[in-house]
Structures are given as C-alpha cells and as structure tokens.
Design a protein around this ligand. Structure first.
Ligand code: MN
Length: 737
C-alpha cells in the first residue's frame, strides 16, 4: 500500500530545499513551530533570547529596510525547520549580538549560560572572517572553522543557517559583492554542508550561488526546464504508477517520488560531461522510501524484475556508506519507451540522513528515536573534524593545512601555490604546463622549465596539492608539441594548439620554399628566374588557392619538391629531365618544428647526419650510420643531405648507459657530476644487473657531441663506474616516446 505520493520539484531555485514558511516570520510563529518538539521551558528560553536580541539590535536595520532582528529570527527559523535543539536556536537568535552590539560574551554567559555564550562566540569568530583571496587568510579561515566545529559542531550549523539566510536575501547587494559572496559560499560553505551530509542545504547553496554568479545561464536553463516539464511530467507520472502498481502487487509498502535535477546540477553535468540539456533531462529519477533495510533489497529485486537493469550501474551504499554517511541503493534501469530510469531506494531514516546529514542527528535525538545509523553519522562528522585538527597540529603550517582540508573537501582538484602564495585550483593530473597557462597564457607560451617546491622539475610532472610552482620563462621560447601529451586543462591545450598551428604553418612555408628552391636549382632554375605565369598556371592546374599553401604542403612532406619544380617548369618548355637530386639543408637549432630528430639514434650537432621528408611531419633527421638511415637512402627523391650550422642553438636529447659498481650514493654522485657540467638529466632509470653492479640509463640533454664527450670523460673518471656508452636503442627511449 502506498501511504503518500509526491512529485516534488527542486528545479526552481527560489523554492527552498529547506522548507520555509511563506508567512512573515514572527517570534510567535517560531514559538509555535518549536513547541511541536521542544518542551515549554525551552520554548520560553527561545522567546527570551529573541526579546534580548531585539533589544540589543534596536535601531539597526538590514539593507532591505527591515529591523535587524528579522535576520537572526530567520536563521533560528531555518534551524527550527531542521528541528535543532533549543541551544542552537538561542545561539542563532543571538549570533550577531557580540559582533554588532555592545553586549559582551560575559554578559551573554550570565544571561544564557556558558554553553550558549561559547556557541555565539564561535559563530561571531567565523563571521568576522573576511574571506580574502590570499592563501594565508584562507588557511586561517579554515583553521578557525575547524576549531569552532571541534568545540561544538552546532557552531557550524548555526553559521551555515546564517549564510543560507544571507544567500536567500542576496538580491539587495551590489552585483560585484553578490558574486564574491556567491563564489565564497560555493567554495567553502557548500562543500562543508556536503561533507556534513546536509544535502538540502548544499543544494540550496548551489542554486542560490549559481543564480547570483551566473544569472543569465540560470535563466536559460530554467526556461529550458519549463519547456520540457509538461511533457516530461506525464511520462514521469506514468512510470511512477507502473512502479507503484508493481510494488503493490508484490505486497511492498513504499513511498515513491519522481524528482527533477536541480538547476546547478544540470549546469554542472552539462559542463563536466559535455552532455546536452536533452541528454540530462532524458533520464528519469525516482526515489523509493520504505520502512526497513530488508525491504530496500526486496524493492531492488522487484525493480530489476520490472525493468531491465543497466549492467555495472548498481551501487550499494547501504552496505558501504559514502564518507559523509549517505546510505541508499542506486540502480539504473531501462524503463517504458526505453527511457533510462535512475532509482534510489532507502529507508525513512536514511532519507532523513541523506537530506539533513549531521542535522538529522538532533532531529532523532529529540524524538527519542536515536537510531544507530544516525549516531554513526554524528560520530563520522566528529571524526572528520578531529582529523582536521590533528592534521593542523601535525603540519603546523597553515598553508599545508588548507591544502589538506581542501583536498578532503574537493578530492577531484589539486591546489597549488604561486611563488607569491596565491592558490590556483587545477583538475587532478594537471602539470606545470597547465599551471603556467592558468597563471597567464603568455607565461604558458614562453615557458621553458619549472621549479616545484624550489627544485628544478620536469614540465610533465603531475602536480600534487600544496606544492609551490614557479615557471621559468624565456621571451623567445615557444610552445612545444610534446606538451599536448601531458597538458590536461582546456585552457592550456587550446592555447598550445593555437600557437603550434600558426608556428607550424610559418615554418612549413619556410622549409617548403627552401626545398623547392633547391629542387629548382637542380633543374638549372630558381624561384626568381621562374616566369611569373608559371605559378599562376600551377595554381590553376592544382586545387590550391595560394602559392603559400603549396609551399606549406612541400614543407610538411605532403608534396614532393622535385615534382612541383618539374610541374612549374614543364609548362614553360624547359625539358631538362635530370633525375631528382638530394637537396641539402643546414640545421641551426634544436627546436625547429619542421625538423624531427629521430628517436632511434638521437643525432647531436657534430654527428654526420642525413634526413628525409616524411609525409605530414617534415624532415626527419638521423645519424648517418643509423640502421634506419640505410632504407632512407634507397628513395633518392625524399633524401635530404643535412649539415649542422657552425653554431647550433638549443639542447639535444641523448641516451647514455652507465655501468656502476653497487656503491651507496653513486646515483646522486652521477647526477651532481652531470649537473656541474652544465647538462641536465631528463630521465634516469636504474636496473640492477646482479648484486655487484647496476646499469643506469640516463637521458641527457646536451649541446653537442663535444659537450657529450666531455661529460662521458668525467663520468668515466668516477671510481665506481665500470663502463659508459652512448646508447642506441634502449628501453628508456621506448618509454619516453
Ligand atoms: Mn548573521
């Protein structure tokens, strides 16, 4: 039998998740509400606190023009709806008294007792906090918050209710202030509410913040929901009836409600999973509330018999509750007309816990029905707060502390610091490249290296929360294509791609021009000597709009320079049919985008080299005696004779292999030696050959062949080194690319 059925809608952010009465609040209405669950003496105390606050705030007004006392009254009302105990209500009524009036903590203690004075004092301390963007200030805020919570967790509940009422009445504020408060609430209060399992409060925070921070987006989503709601509700009701009948026949008593996703969660889903509004709204969600845990599993069985479950989508949070105490069974099924349905099955108590979290503890305590699950939730919240405090004692460093807390509140993000102490929030897995672009796109584009916690580090190193990152820039530096292999943020990736595209385009044109010029020379011609009509004719016979696109394609390797040269000349009665000649080019730097240094032989300036045009990627450079170069020579048309310029800019990667006797600290001796010789280690890999010796594979970054020879000579002189060689194919290289 179904006791009650509701189709609830949380989509309208203005309808509070925590119920609030529409009638104007008064102490009479609060007294009436509280008399339902408090005893007479307690209600009298609450009333007394109200009159005390009214007097203390006499002559003060809110921005809306109302008497100031209307605010503490509203905060107390929020807590009364959560059925919080009378001390919390009194603290709520008095929460701004110490801060905003001449009344002292001692005076409050005398009037209402030590506990309430402490509560009010705790809330005041939190209120005084101005959330600045400076990391230190933030850290302090979190510390204060944790301390306040540890003393009496009700402090944070009063503070959350205070913030909730301020958010509800945010409309009167200046837009910039409104956005700042909204952001702060989203960053700090909503996650705390979530951590304490207070889902209703979290949802309302999120919706109110979303409205305040992004009014236009909120409006658009609201309008979209309104458009689909009518048709949707018919389907929801149809499905709900079907579930209801099925459970009825199975003799199961349940309360079934269809629910809509709230505004902010739709927005978040659209952004995070790149889903369309229609995708998200296509899913129907139902909540089935029953009397005990046993029935939960019976309902699950019935649901899986009624509709086909989607494999891998069943989650048992009853057996394994979430860290904030949330318990429920979740499953996704394919319902009528193939529409996916998400069901949540839980008991009445679990539902209360899911909505009110830690606050449910007081609700049940008041009712005398103190379930073990709920006392468990309270214990968990206490443990969390306790953990925070221990963390603070262990770290002793407020910045580290805030990182730990934030990591705990937002496990999917890392928080790193700029050298000046500013905090940046990045997605998990972000690297210094992401960091550089997050600071400024110019920093990203000119980035050449980085320090993590003052140590020179690789740009591909994933960042951990709490690390301080400093980016080394060079005005002539440009993005490296390899960055795309490890940059994770959209901002970094789009900037890198954009820069690479234009850079590549220009370099390809430049290279294409040089290659074509060489090919023409081989045919006793040159671009200059070419009749002006030759290029126009070529453009007409090919699909190209402009000559530079032909040059680009030659540079990239999509078009052969020799063939193009012949085409240019054939129309002009030059019939010199000399076979293709290998063209030669000079390499003057390490980071030209159209030169790729082969990973099989790692050529260094000074090595004899040979190159070939590779389709789509320009010139690939090999050491002349590289085994792979042998095949290349077979195709004369693509071979390019290469020479190093007298002075070559940049650093080149080269692998070496060092065999060492097992001696303590030898690897660090090697590293120090290499660094002292002005080379750097890109990667290092130690493998033990036997118990007496090991092989160390090192990827070095050096200037040229002479530089490498000097390094190898110095390493050979280290006592524990048996043998050293420049390696060709190693596991190290394969791992790198
Ligand atoms: Mn307040």
């Amino acid at each position: 039998m179904i006791t009650s059925v509701t189709i609830s809608s949380n989509s309208n952010a203005k309808s509070a998740a925590v119920p609030k009465s529409t009638a104007a609040l008064s102490i009479a209405s609060l007294a009436e509400k509280t008399s339902l669950y408090l005893d007479d003496a307690e209600v009298q105390q609450v009333k007394r606190a109200y009159y005390y606050a009214e007097q203390a705030h006499d002559g003060q007004f809110r921005r809306s023009g109302e008497a100031y006392v209307s605010h503490p009254l509203a905060v107390a009302d929020i807590l009364a709806n959560m059925r919080m105990d009378y001390q919390s209500l009194i603290a709520a009524l008095l929460h701004d008294v110490i801060e905003d009036t001449s009344v002292s903590k001692q005076a409050l203690a005398k009037q209402f007792g030590e506990t309430i004075a402490e509560l009010v004092d705790g809330v005041s301390k939190l209120t005084q906090i101005e959330f600045a963007s400076k990391a230190e200030a933030q850290a302090e805020n979190f510390q204060k918050m944790a301390m306040a919570m540890a003393n009496d967790i009700r402090v944070i509940l009063v503070k959350l209710a205070d913030r909730l009422h301020n958010m509800r009445t945010l409309g009167i504020m200046r837009p910039d202030k409104r956005r700042r408060i909204a952001r702060e609430t989203l960053e700090i209060y909503a996650p705390i509410a979530n951590r304490l399992g207070m889902n209703d409060v979290r949802v309302e925070f999120e919706n109110l913040c979303f409205e305040a921070a992004y009014p236009m987006r909120a409006e658009r989503i609201r309008a979209a929901i309104k458009r689909v709601r009518g048709k949707r509700n018919v389907l929801v009701e149809e499905t709900r009836l079907q579930i209801e009948n099925y459970l009825n026949e199975a003799g199961i008593q349940a309360r079934i409600s269809g629910r809509e996703k709230h505004l902010y969660s739709i927005y978040r889903k659209m952004r995070q999973s790149k889903k369309t509004f229609a995708d998200i709204m296509d899913m129907f969600a139902f909540r089935i509330i029953v009397d005990n845990v046993d029935t939960c599993y019976r309902v699950l069985g019935a649901m899986h018999a009624l509709y086909k479950p989607v494999p891998g989508q069943f989650k048992d949070y009853i057996a394994i509750p979430k860290s904030n105490g949330y318990q429920s069974l979740h499953s996704i099924l394919i319902g009528m007309h193939g529409v996916p349905i998400e069901v949540q099955i839980r008991t009445e108590e679990m539902d209360e816990m899911a909505n009110s979290g830690i606050a449910a503890h007081w609700l049940y305590k008041q009712g005398g029905d103190y379930s073990s699950a709920l006392s468990g939730s309270h214990k968990r919240a206490r443990q969390w707060v306790q953990g925070l405090l221990e963390m603070q004692q262990n770290t002793g460093n407020s910045l580290e502390f805030i990182e730990n807390v934030k990591t705990d509140l937002f496990p999917d993000e890392v928080y790193v610091f700029t050298p000046s102490g500013q905090i940046l929030e990045l997605p998990q897995g972000s690297t210094p490249i992401d960091f550089a672009y997050a600071v400024h796109s110019d920093i990203g584009n000119r980035c050449v290296g980085c320090y993590i916690n003052r140590r020179l580090s690789s740009l591909s190193q994933p960042l951990k929360s709490g690390e301080t990152v400093e980016i080394i820039t060079n005005t002539s530096a440009r993005p490296n294509p390899i960055w795309l292999e490890f940059a994770v943020t959209g901002k970094a990736r789009s900037h890198i791609r954009h820069m690479l595209k234009s850079q590549r385009h220009n370099e390809a044109i430049e290279l294409g021009k040089r290659l074509l010029e060489k090919a023409l020379q081989g045919l006793d011609c040159s671009l200059e000597k070419l009749p002006a009509t030759a290029i126009d004719q070529l453009l007409q016979t090919t699909k190209y709009d402009e000559f530079e696109y032909i040059l680009e394609d030659i540079g990239i390797g999509n078009r052969a320079a020799y063939t193009t040269a012949k085409q240019l000349l054939s129309n002009n009665s030059i019939t010199n049919a000399a076979p293709p000649q290998a063209v030669d080019l000079v390499i003057s730097g390490a980071d030209g985008m159209m030169f790729n240094f082969a990973k099989c032989c790692h050529p260094l300036p000074g090595d004899p080299i040979i190159g070939h045009m590779s389709v789509g990627s320009g010139v690939v450079v090999h050491v002349a005696n590289c085994p792979n170069a042998r095949n290349i020579r077979k195709n004369r048309a693509t071979v390019i004779e290469l020479h190093w310029a007298e002075k070559v800019d940049g650093d080149f990667l080269v692998p070496i292999s060092v065999e060492i006797r097992q001696t303590r600290g030898i690897v660090s001796t090697l590293a120090t030696k290499i660094n002292s010789l002005d080379a750097s280690i890109e990667s290092i890999h130690v493998c033990d050959k036997d118990e007496h010796s090991s092989r160390v594979d090192i990827m070095l970054s050096v200037r040229d062949r002479v530089h490498l020879a000097r390094i190898m000579r110095h390493i050979r002189n280290i006592k524990a080194v048996n043998r050293i060689s420049r390696t060709k194919e190693t596991s190290l290289q394969r791992k790198l690319h």
